[in-house]
Design a binder for this molecule. Structure first.
Ligand code: AMP
Length: 144
């Protein structure tokens, strides 16, 4: 059901893009915005969203904007890796509620993975404050 629907501009990530909701940003340009996930599955869990598109998911993304956006996803993934030096890096993206999507504005998750460190459940667990997230965000920001 939710895989195909019209874009709802009141979604929380669009509110962040419009400056109506706060976020702890690590990167922003004319194509994309990256910020810390407030329910991080691991320390350093970062999200990258495209600007100026009404794309609920990967399937909706206009082809002529996809390449530029994916370059930003890679750029942020590289900055997370350079900052935190994880053993692995998980880049993931969900389409539709049955696949695990909870916010309907396209986004990629970037998760630094460390040997022996458990990855928390998706979109659950404790909510982090801006003060909690800012120290690691500042380090990632400095890697660009
Ligand atoms: P998904 O389930 O793939 O749609 O991912 C949505 C992600 O957004 C989840 O990992 C949530 O923890 C995260 N999230 C929800 N609200 C916010 C918010 N206001 N700021 C940052 N991350 C959020």
């Amino acid at each position: 059901m939710t895989l195909h629907a019209s874009y709802d501009p009141s979604n929380i990530f669009n509110k962040i893009l419009r400056g109506e909701m706060p976020s702890v940003k690590v990167f922003e340009d004319d194509v994309a915005l990256a910020f810390m996930d407030v329910f991080p599955q691991v320390e350093g869990h970062t999200l990258v969203i495209p600007k100026d598109v009404a794309a609920r998911n990967f399937l909706d993304m206009p082809e002529n904007k996809l390449g530029d956006y994916m370059l930003r996803v890679q750029k942020v993934a590289r900055a997370v890796e350079a900052t935190l030096k994880p053993d692995g890096l998980r880049v993931m993206q969900f389409n539709g509620a049955p696949a695990g999507q909870t916010v309907y504005h396209l986004h990629f998750h970037i998760l630094p993975i460390f040997d022996g460190v458990k990855v928390g459940a998706h979109a659950s667990g404790g909510m982090k404050s801006a003060a909690d997230l800012e120290p690691i965000a500042a380090k990632i920001r400095a890697s660009f």
